[in-house]
Design a protein around this ligand. Structure first.
Ligand SMILES: *[C@@H]1O[C@H](CO)[C@@H](O)[C@H](O)[C@H]1NC(C)=O
Ligand SMILES: *[C@@H]1O[C@H](CO)[C@@H](O)[C@H](O)[C@H]1NC(C)=O
Ligand SMILES: *[C@@H]1O[C@H](CO)[C@@H](O)[C@H](O)[C@H]1NC(C)=O
Length: 329
């Protein structure tokens, strides 16, 4: 008599346990997805990212942050570009400042219609928690060349602060090519030599149909931004100098953002092995990811010269526009 009833109990207990397991697995996946949903178009995250977040239960963390007066807010500053000019490095350096809160992901909110249509509420959910005295920064390098981004950003906050980082346009083309080249090689796609893409076979001139060439025509893109923003709202960072003298560039950004100079020699050090500056702080010690500082392929010096000549007039106009000159020859 008693035996079948016991079996009944076991079946019920097993079923309950199974249901719990399923709930836990799905819940875990949801959290994981939340943290790993970092789709990056232009760059990858540095190693070690997101780990800290996984240690604490996300809901408990949010409750704790709220109790400390923190909220997720729309960014007061956006790094708008340029791809392959050191935007990730810049963001990571700025993250050393206690009053700066960075969005981990490149949001592609203002350039991609399907994201923009989700609205500010969606966008804000991906912003870091911050105090109202902090500055939230998002960066998406694609904004710089986007048709819609300037107008949409202006609509969100017409007094927002923008940061753009430039490198020598020729170096940028080669770096852009090197990244795409490596991605293609890894996927076994056929690859063209830079020489064959960058110069039009028909005319022998620089091929402006090649996207990497167009992105480096900074003057052209910045003109579009200045139709929506005042010059003093846009801070220009020298990406070539950021590599050799990061503190100089970071100090200028701190001033631009109205912040005290917090990032100092103690926060950065030069790693001889990597030939790069790395960052140092209480909860953070890391260098840029392995894909950063990729070695550039050797390019025929005649091609480099052609590119430099091509960009010279655009550069001159750019320097006049921003009131700053770089040594790009
Ligand atoms: C717009 O941006 C400026 C400059 O960062 C900031 O001071 C201001 O609070 C922002 N406005 C809103 C509504 O976020
Ligand atoms: C690329 O080709 C190599 C050699 O043919 C092969 O071992 C590898 O699996 C391929 N990779 C991809 C992503 O198809
Ligand atoms: C420099 O970078 C290398 C390679 O990433 C790393 O193994 C080494 O520990 C770093 N050195 C210092 C002093 O951090």
């Amino acid at each position: 008599m008693g035996f079948p009833r016991k079996r009944h109990v076991w079946i019920v207990l097993t079923a309950i346990t199974l249901v719990f397991c399923v709930i836990l697995i799905f819940d875990g996946q949801a959290h994981w997805r939340l943290n790993s949903n970092m789709h990056l178009d232009d760059t990858d995250l540095s190693e070690g990212y997101g780990f800290r977040k996984l240690l604490e239960d996300p809901l408990a963390r949010i409750e704790r942050l709220r109790s400390e007066g923190m909220e997720q807010r729309l960014p007061q500053c956006i790094i708008i570009g340029v791809r392959k000019c050191g935007t990730r490095a810049l963001l990571e350096f700025l993250d050393l400042h206690p009053k700066i809160r960075i969005a981990d992901m490149e949001m592609h909110f203002f350039n991609k219609d399907e994201n923009y249509e989700k609205g500010y509420e969606w966008y804000t959910k991906y912003m870091p928690f911050s105090l109202n005295t902090d500055i939230t920064i998002e960066k998406t390098p694609r904004y710089f060349i986007s048709e819609n981004a300037p107008e949409r950003i202006q609509k969100m906050n017409h007094s927002i602060k923008l940061i753009v980082i430039f490198r020598n346009p020729t170096t940028r083309v080669i770096s852009d090519y090197a990244q795409v080249y490596q991605n293609k090689v890894e996927r076994n796609y056929s690859v063209e030599r830079l020489e064959d893409i960058v110069i039009s076979k028909r005319t022998g001139r620089v091929n402006t149909g090649y996207k990497a060439v167009r992105i480096s025509m900074y003057y052209y893109h910045l003109t579009h931004w200045l139709q929506y923003f005042n010059r003093d709202q846009i801070h220009v960072v020298n990406g070539d100098n950021l590599i050799v003298n990061p503190l100089e560039e970071i100090h200028e950004v701190e001033t631009f953002l109205g912040l005290n100079h917090h990032v100092t020699e103690t926060n950065v050090y030069f790693n001889e092995t990597r030939g790069f500056f790395c960052m140092n702080s209480v909860d953070k010690q890391h260098c840029l990811g392995a894909t950063k500082g990729r070695k550039h392929p050797n390019i025929d010096s005649k091609i480099v010269k052609k590119l430099k000549n091509f960009y010279r007039p655009y550069n001159r106009k750019l320097f006049a526009m921003i009131g700053k000159e770089f040594d790009w020859d």
